[in-house]
Design a protein around this ligand. Structure first.
Ligand SMILES: [Zn+2]
Ligand SMILES: [Zn+2]
Length: 240
């Protein structure tokens, strides 16, 4: 076995465990919160939740393996543009890189998501995600392996091209985790004044993604409504 294969595999296994535990802890927290805020919302959905957890844990491996290998390469081989000294780039790049990552991820998500709503590929790769009716906090990573793969490659690929401070990368991953869960949990946690504000008109929260799960061929975005507005696929908000 080549020298660097064992540590790379170990890193992939460790990252898979981290992603799996992160999913269980964060989805578990928001599911618990749902029980407090909307008692009984998930009462009829127990068999569905079992499926959501199983697909999500499989997705954890698909997300964990490329992330673990790239994390190993970053530490051991100097791969990637991830930096640790805040002053290595102009300070304005710290917030700008956060927005650039979210926008690029959103762009990738919008177009791959639209593609997965074409009939044949939908049946193969995306029907698993839409089997959640309505989705719950456990559906955040409930994807068929093909869909999981399209999501798993984004950040590990971007870090090779777009410089980002390691803490900002952590913030991007936190945003991805929290929004992925809360957009599916069946109720809106952000206040009405924000969701219905001018800023809210450009952001995606549960009220927007819930409508995608109701009507399918609209509201494809991840974080921003930019592509949905531009391509006229935005059908406004639902009232979860
Ligand atoms: Zn969804
Ligand atoms: Zn969809």
């Amino acid at each position: 076995m080549p020298d660097n294969l064992a540590p790379a595999l170990l890193s992939a296994a460790a990252m898979t465990a981290i992603v799996g535990v992160r999913y269980l802890v964060t989805s578990g927290f928001f599911a618990w919160l749902t029980g407090r805020v909307r008692p009984g919302l998930y009462r009829e959905l127990r068999p569905q939740i079992g499926r959501e957890v199983r697909w999500s844990l499989l997705s954890a491996a698909i997300y964990g393996i490329p992330a673990g290998v790239v994390a190993w390469g970053w530490q051991a081989r100097g791969w990637t543009q991830v930096y640790t000294t805040a002053g290595a780039y102009p300070l304005w790049w710290l917030p700008a890189s956060y927005l650039v990552y979210l926008f690029l991820h959103d762009t990738w998500f919008y177009w791959t998501h639209r593609w997965m709503h074409r009939r044949r590929i939908f049946e193969l790769a995306h029907a698993v995600h839409h089997a959640s009716k309505p989705p719950t906090a456990w559906a955040a990573m409930s994807f068929h392996p093909i869909e999981a793969l399209t999501g798993a490659v984004v950040i590990p690929a971007l870090v090779f091209f777009v410089p980002i401070h390691v803490a900002v990368l952590g913030l991007v991953l936190l945003t991805m985790t929290v929004m992925g869960i809360t957009n599916h949990m069946g109720w809106e946690m952000f206040p009405r004044w924000l969701v219905h504000s001018r800023l809210g008109h450009h952001l995606i929260t549960a009220s927007h993604h819930q409508r995608h799960h109701e009507f399918y061929r609209c509201n494809y975005g991840l974080y921003f409504r930019f592509w949905d507005h531009l391509c006229k696929t935005d059908r406004g908000l639902s009232a979860p």
